[in-house]
Design a protein around this ligand. Structure first.
Ligand SMILES: [Zn+2]
Length: 160
């Protein structure tokens, strides 16, 4: 049966090329799904310049075609813009298990307005004794931090 629920189930298997543990549904980038003659998937990129988004679009189409949906259209909607609030709880947990610090909530972010450095807890040992090494980690979506307790460097997912 080809319903919107089964399309969502297929989308759960499509992962972020940069963070393979995170599915596109975990990321909260899927806005709408329409079943019909042609399947339409509406997505909002994590940020408009994100090079991974093209890959995600291709992967969504490929996964749905593998599942038997011949005509698939992926439409990109930029407004309202994606924020890290759209990341699901499961997504945050998977990020941390993968060793990437999940985005801090908006309340914590307010500290940045007052010039107080953001505290990003270490995903390995939960220590808050961490320091920013670089605004840009392995990709533009991540910043590189280092934990002063376990001495491990780690990525912080900062796209918003
Ligand atoms: Zn640590």
């Amino acid at each position: 049966m080809k319903t919107e629920d089964t399309i969502w189930a297929v989308l759960e298997s499509v992962t972020d090329p940069e963070i393979p543990v995170l599915s596109v549904t975990d990321m909260g980038i899927i806005r709408e799904v329409h079943a019909g003659e042609e399947v339409e998937v509406v997505i909002t990129p994590t940020y408009s310049g994100c090079p991974a988004m093209n890959t995600i679009e291709v992967n969504i189409r490929a996964a749905l075609q593998d599942a038997g949906y011949e005509r698939v259209r992926v439409r990109t909607v930029l407004s309202p813009a994606w924020t890290t609030d759209w990341l699901t709880e499961a997504g945050r947990r998977k990020l941390k298990e993968y060793g990437i610090a999940p985005p801090q909530d908006a309340v914590a972010d307010k500290n940045a307005l007052f010039g107080t450095p953001r505290v990003v807890p270490c995903p390995q040992c939960d220590s808050e004794n961490t320091e920013l090494m670089s605004q840009f980690g392995s990709t533009a979506c991540k910043a590189l931090y280092r934990c002063k307790d376990c001495l491990e460097p780690f990525d912080y997912f900062k796209c918003h």
